[in-house]
Design a protein around this ligand. Sequence first.
Ligand SMILES: *Cc1c(COP(=O)(O)O)cnc(C)c1O
Length: 231
Amino acid sequence: MDDLAFRLQDIRARIAEAAARSGRPASAVRLLAVSKTQPAAAIAAAAADGQRAFGESRVPEALAKMDALHDARLEWHFLGALQRNKARLIAGRFHWLHSLESLAGAEALSRHLSACQATLRVLIEINVTGAPSRHGLAPEALFSFLEAYTRRSWPGLTLCGLMAMGPQGAPAGEIRDAFARVRELAWAARDTFGLPGFEELSMGMSADFELAIAEGATIVRVGQALFGGRP
Ligand SMILES: *Cc1c(COP(=O)(O)O)cnc(C)c1O
């Protein structure tokens, strides 16, 4: 078995164990392979080992890899900051976007999705640590965002839940607390606004995905632990 196949198997096993520890089936947690900066060949190799979902954070780089692979089975997730001039390129090419943080962004995406009759699942990014360098809505801004968002319809967009990054390098307890706050926020939002299908929690990366699963993550975004260091 080569390194990638070995690491993929190892991460799948760790996901299953972490899910079992919190009484959930392994199928309740999806592995998103974060392939940013990795060559298309690495994605093809992971796909050959059964990995379907890949995460990218730069639009031109991602589109080039999609074109090189043109594998319809693959599911593409956009993780980078949503710049409005990129909405046109994202619509119809990506299946998920993890970084919604403004009505203007939703507006631009919805307009381009309508034009190409495509759909996109979106997660609202929450800046749970409050670090100024991070993107995302402040936790206390989510309800007012949803109040405005739910006032109209957004053709092409399906709002599916929240995405967040834990405090990197913090003690495990602090990381878990941050993920728990995101989970509580998501369920409070779902109940308050009666959002059907608002059930995804994209949390946890290479260093902390097991902690995120313990706090309810449904999608873990793993890059370096799977592909090795970024070139
Ligand atoms: C790069 C990135 C990841 C993956 O990080 P690793 O530490 O390589 O697992 C996950 N989420 C987002 C938003 C990223 O930008």
